[in-house]
Design a protein around this ligand. Structure first.
Ligand code: MTE
Length: 306
């Protein structure tokens, strides 16, 4: 099945989460998600031509099944432990080969950015997937705003280190801070976004509040959460999972059904929430975003540059 983009866009508000509430979520999620408590401020965002028309996962699935090692290694740990993270005030340091370096308050950083709802496929390296209605803006717009200097070839990202509020950082589970990186052309691709919300509301802490990267054609671990530093560099930055296990996790980490992880196949995936009897789905090259990104890797052997 070729991947299809959403058609018939109009300039309406983002999809309210109520539109996506199904019977299962109503029953299972009503208590857990606190429906009936005052609604968070809705974020106005434009629909995007890059959204898939696949049905998003429920808010419950997206916020209760997470990877965020700063709050523990279990899938339920982030939802359980991220509530105490202070996300306001928040500043992001921008440094390296950039015209306007500095410590930017999040609001200043975001001023002038066009917020869109991007309903993206999200494929984890652990061979599960979700469909997430993110709210965010293009990373390229931010990089153009701060001004990329000639010679910058990569963009490096770092997550907050604050063990008082991030209990997972009390142990050397990973070498903190969590780090990620993109080549500059990958960062400039219109699909790469910095997300500040989902389901039309501010980003839940467990999903990487207040600002996280989303790169939909790469495995989920590239999509670094709770970003406090963005550096433009000439040399390829260190990245957390590659440092942890270079044999298993490369720098590129493009979704690729033909290159298996050394310990499991990447040919198929399990859609979270699809139900016990739903079969596994075939994983698509570049997670279905090949039309947009194949040209970035012309001439590269993706079994070596995995
Ligand atoms: N970012 C930080 N800082 N720490 C993490 O442990 N986990 C990554 C990525 N970003 C992680 C992170 C992994 S392995 C995945 S699959 C995604 O976040 C999960 O995003 P989600 O919980 O919003 O689905």
């Amino acid at each position: 099945m070729p991947y299809r983009f959403k058609t018939g866009l109009n300039w309406s508000d983002t999809t309210p989460r109520a539109d996506f509430i199904n019977r299962r979520q109503l029953i299972a999620g009503a208590v857990a998600m606190g429906f009936g408590t005052p609604a968070l401020a809705r974020i106005n965002a434009l629909p995007s031509q890059y959204s898939t028309d696949a049905e998003p996962n429920t808010l419950e699935e997206i916020t209760q099944y997470n990877n965020f090692y700063e709050f523990g290694p279990g899938k339920g740990d982030p939802a359980r432990n991220a509530g105490g993270l202070t996300t306001d005030p928040w500043s992001v340091k921008i440094d390296g080969l950039v015209e306007n370096p500095g410590n930017y308050d999040l609001a200043d950083l975001m001023s002038g950015m066009v917020l869109e709802e991007r309903i993206y496929r999200f494929r984890c390296v652990e061979a599960w997937s979700m469909i997430v209605p993110w709210i965010g803006f293009q990373l390229s717009d931010l990089l153009n705003k701060v001004g990329v200097r000639p010679g910058a070839k990569f963009v490096a990202f770092e997550t907050l280190v604050r063990p008082e509020e991030m209990p997972g950082q009390e142990s050397p589970l990973l070498d903190w801070p969590y780090r990620e990186g993109l080549r500059i052309d990958e960062a400039m691709n219109p699909l790469s976004i910095l997300a500040t919300g989902l389901y039309g509301e501010a980003m839940p802490n467990q999903n990487g509040a207040p600002i996280r990267l989303v790169v939909p054609w790469k495995y989920g671990f590239k999509s670094i959460k709770s970003i406090v530093r963005i550096s433009l560099t000439e040399t390829r930055p260190q990245t957390t999972w590659n440092m942890q296990n270079p044999r298993e996790y490369g720098f590129y980490s493009n979704v690729n059904p033909k290159v298996d992880h050394p310990r499991w196949s990447q040919a198929t995936e399990r859609r979270i929430g699809a139900g016990y009897f739903a079969g596994r789905e075939d994983t698509l090259m570049f997670n279905g975003y090949g039309d947009e990104v194949t040209s970035l890797y012309a001439g590269q052997d993706l079994s070596k540059d995995f």
